[in-house]
Ligand binder design. Structure first.
Ligand code: SF4
Length: 384
């Protein structure tokens, strides 16, 4: 829909033909923000950060510009027919999800959730599968309430949540702030977690940011599965604990979710496989001492027995890279990276870049970006 078009071009025919086209290409699910209604917009007025969903904000602007109801809501039955025909699942988007703790569980969010319940029933009547998109930014004490309310208002349709972030003051660490909320949400019934990277709110994630985000969310999902007592969920934890108790490092690394990182961190200090590690050293290793105490069974399982020290193979290039990334950037390097776009745009200190929307008209800003920045990353092209 968006390639080569503007928001004003949005009409029923374009939406339906784009959905049909993409469904034929094999899309599994579409996120459609049909729940943001004109009558909900009044509740957004006093929000701290307004509408943070891209689909939600675009459709809100379209409704206000055209003085009409949400187009997606108006043509919902036609959309259902397309999705049913191609067996595509609905992700019913939460266009009014809160974008900060201050807006969590407010009237706008809850009114939209009621509409999502109505849309769910209508989609089910067409024989479509549905899942519901959830917030966003929610303090820990409101997460359980949000999960239960969704199940009630949306008739038990699967709920998938974007975090939620449980605090707003850690940009750069939002894979962690949101993974805490995701763990709570999963424990209280979330069906799917949508991962967040450390670049959330700050820019486009790279490969390593994606890895950090995915691992944080694997932790959230697994921690919740263990806490919910799902049969077998804890088996690997117990196996790793037995390997750890036996000080069997090879097995310990093999069972670790991210084997490369675990091995690289261990081998950074000691590449010899010994019955202790560099943390406490031989004489003070609690696990080693425990194995010597005859009253304990701990660490003596013969399947995990450790048969003597070995020297690890040298670090692989990937492990070396992991270790190198641990070092934090020097202030000069941060400054250099932070000012790349400013330099590309010949912007002096204290001024907005020439391509900023407050400095240039939209067309001029786009021209400047096309001229001076990489079209995909919107960063200055890499130096040869
Ligand atoms: S040295 Fe300390 S950290 Fe390392 S295995 Fe022993 S008890 Fe654990």
């Amino acid at each position: 829909m968006i390639v080569g078009r503007k928001l004003e071009d949005l009409d029923a025919e374009t939406v339906l033909s784009s959905l049909e086209h993409q469904a034929r290409q094999g899309v599994d699910y579409f996120t459609i923000h049909a729940g943001v209604l004109r009558e909900h917009l009044t509740f957004v007025r006093n929000r701290t950060i307004g509408i943070v969903s891209r689909g939600g904000s675009l459709l809100a602007k379209w409704m206000l510009d055209n003085g009409r109801q949400n187009l997606m809501y108006e043509i919902w039955d036609d959309i259902c027919a397309v999705l049913r025909r191609h067996d595509v699942t609905f992700s019913i988007g939460d266009g009014l999800r809160p974008g900060g703790l201050a807006d969590a569980t407010d009237e706008a969010q809850l009114r939209e959730l009621e509409t999502l319940g109505e849309l769910t029933e209508r989609a089910w009547r067409h024989g479509c599968q549905v899942m519901i998109e959830g917030p966003g930014h929610v303090p820990i004490d409101q997460i359980e309430f949000n999960m239960k309310l969704e199940r009630r208002l949306c008739h038990g349709a699967p709920f998938y949540v974007l975090g939620p972030l449980v605090t707003d003051i850690f940009p750069g660490y939002d894979h962690i702030t949101s993974c805490i909320g995701a763990t709570m949400a999963a424990y209280h019934g979330a069906s799917m977690l949508c991962y967040v990277t450390p670049k959330e709110h700050l820019g486009l994630p790279n490969k390593d940011d994606v890895k950090q985000g995915v691992i944080a969310y694997k932790i959230a999902a697994h921690a919740a599965d263990v806490a919910l007592g799902i049969p077998g969920a804890r088996d690997r934890d117990d196996e790793l604990t037995r390997a750890r108790a036996a000080l069997n490092w090879e097995k310990h690394f093999d069972l670790a979710y991210d084997t490369d990182t675990a091995r690289a961190y261990h081998d950074e200090d000691m590449d010899v496989d010994t019955d202790f590690c560099a943390m406490c050293g031989h004489d003070w290793c609690a696990v080693r001492i425990s194995r010597e105490i005859e009253e304990f069974v701990s660490g003596k399982d013969e399947h995990y027995a450790w048969d003597g020290p070995r020297v690890s193979a040298a670090l692989t290039p990937e492990q070396r890279e992991i270790l190198e990334k641990r070092g934090s950037l020097e202030p000069e390097e941060i400054h250099r990276l932070a000012n790349k776009t400013r330099r590309a745009m010949d912007t002096s200190r204290g001024q907005r870049a020439a391509c900023h929307s407050e400095t240039s008209a939209a067309d001029r800003a786009q021209e400047l970006q096309a001229e001076k920045l990489d079209p995909v990353t919107l960063q200055p092209p890499a130096q040869p």
